[in-house]
Design a binder for this molecule. Structure first.
Ligand code: GCO
Length: 493
């Protein structure tokens, strides 16, 4: 009898497609998209120019006591006037993509709950010129259609608690996609609906500053509906474009092991992750979330047929990740810990979670007080890959605020570089484990208006002097530029 002996294998098989890293670096896949991100209200300024009308953030930031230092986005980084200079700097740094958002109040300034109103050509013109400028610089635009600056007139008619807001959003989305879709290949319907709903309507630390848990859950559904209707409108107006949704998914764990602690994890996961993922990707609301929140609302705002409208094909899921979430069951004995990193309010952003607490974690924190744990990035990307195989992923935000100081024209932000290196390493871990992560957008290109914290928190890789508007790339900008150029992450310190 003849037998064929296989030689013993001593080395693990290496997938053929993966580039071999040079010593001291870990390579990203070819074609990986390297970008940075901003949002209209945070950088543009020009709040009253060219026909723009107020958004909920104009109203909120002009209300005393709402934003630290009384800061507003009236001028911000003056990006509206300086975008050419900003795009030139992006090009100098070697950035390949730029995620920005469109200010709805520039596009249809007279919108009401009943009608979109006329389109403002000057508003469209600004974004169209920005897109041309980017393309001429070899930078791919990715457009977010809603990054929290709802026209105030819509809030006056109920805002996201009013279903009409979702309908008007879809009409507006179609207009922008129609105007830019010949050049823009990625449209993100909404940015972080979690924040719009819960911080805007439950804890009130974001505009419009309401504190009503039932309103927040109504907003959750109308934001999901806006995504679905908006996705269909973008596809109709720009058939070649890819439709995305950006969620700030939470990596939720407990640092204690009782059944009640694990139940707290399930509930927070439901409210932050599954209440958005399930309707959008599966066409249903999670039964446990509906049951958990039954004391707050009966969800009767979800109409027959809505879930089919929400459940549109999704080309890309945008994942924003900054910090881990740790929860415990709260038994009422000691004061409730509320270190969930979402601002101080006597009202919780978490509906029906009165017995859940958010303990403060030991260890390194950013200037936001947010704990740093890059494992969450990998875990979230791998979870999305496991639960929704084949769904393309993009990291649409990741970054950190630190107390940067400009000394002699130079910002040494070694903390940020460490943060970025660790989180990019975690992205690469997920890629190497098979997650289809196509790119990474660093938050943020410029220091900017950090919502309730005003200009006090600096997230940029480019320092902005708010008196002179002078931009100075921080050390992290040059470091990131090097990573992009090499398409690889240095592994040493
Ligand atoms: C968000 C927003 C950004 C923030 C950034 C830092 O994720 O909250 O999309 O606008 O500025 O995340 O908080």
């Amino acid at each position: 009898m003849t037998t064929t002996e296989e030689p013993a294998t001593t080395t693990a098989a290496v997938p053929a497609a993966r580039p071999q890293p040079r010593e001291g670096v870990r390579a990203f896949p070819p074609g990986f998209v390297w970008g940075t991100a901003t949002a209209a209200y945070q950088v543009e300024g020009a709040a009253e120019e060219d026909g723009r009308t107020p958004s909920i953030w104009d109203t909120f930031s002009r209300t005393p006591g709402k934003v630290l230092g009384g800061d507003t986005g009236d001028v911000a980084d003056d990006h509206y006037h300086r975008f050419r200079e900003d795009v030139a700097l992006m090009q100098r740094l070697g950035l390949r993509a730029y995620r920005f958002s469109v200010a709805w109040p520039r596009i249809t300034p007279q919108v009401s709950a009943d009608a979109l109103g006329p389109v403002n050509p000057a508003g469209l013109e600004f974004y169209s010129t920005l897109v041309d400028e980017l393309l001429a610089a070899g930078i791919e635009p990715a457009v977010t259609l809603y990054h929290w600056d709802l026209p105030q007139a819509l809030e006056d008619a109920g805002g996201w608690t009013n279903r009409a807001t979702a309908e008007r959003f879809a009409e507006y989305a179609g207009i922008v996609a129609g105007a830019l879709g010949d050049r823009v290949k990625t449209f993100i319907t909404l940015n972080e609906p979690w924040c719009s709903a819960y911080l805007g309507y439950a804890s009130g630390v974001h505009a419009p500053g309401r504190t009503d848990q039932a309103a927040a859950l109504t907003a959750v559904h109308h934001l999901n509906l806006a995504h679905g209707l908006g996705a269909a409108a973008v596809r109709a107006a720009a058939p070649g474009a890819r439709v995305a949704l950006t969620l700030n998914l939470a990596w939720v764990r407990t640092d204690r092991g009782t059944d009640a602690d694990h139940d707290a994890v399930r509930r927070v996961d439901g409210l932050q992750n599954r209440v958005f993922l399930d309707p959008v990707l599966r066409g249903s609301y999670p039964a446990d979330v509906l049951a958990d929140t039954a004391s707050v609302t009966d969800w009767s705002f979800v109409r027959e047929g809505d879930l089919e409208l929400v459940h549109q094909p999704l080309d890309v899921l945008g994942v924003n990740y900054y910090s881990p979430t740790v929860v415990r069951h709260w038994d009422g004995a000691a004061p409730r810990a509320e270190a969930d990193g979402h601002g101080a309010s006597t009202h919780s952003p978490w509906p029906a979670c009165e017995d859940v607490e958010f303990p403060e974690l030991p260890g390194h924190k950013t200037a936001m007080g947010w704990s740093v744990d890059a494992r969450g990035m990998r875990e979230l990307l791998l979870r999305m890959h496991a639960e929704h195989p084949g769904l393309e992923l993009l990291v649409t935000e990741n970054g950190a605020a630190y107390p940067d100081v400009l000394v002699d024209g130079h910002v040494d932000d070694a903390d940020r570089i460490r943060y970025l290196r660790d989180h990019l390493g975690a992205v690469l871990d997920a890629v190497e484990a098979g997650a289809p992560v196509r790119g990474y957008f660093l938050w943020s290109f410029l220091d900017n208006f950090e919502w309730g914290y005003g200009f006090s928190k600096r997230f940029g890789i480019v320092h902005v002097d708010y008196d002179t508007q002078v931009r100075t790339p921080k050390d992290s900008a040059w470091w990131y530029s090097g990573v992009i150029g090499a398409n690889a992450l240095p592994t040493g310190d």
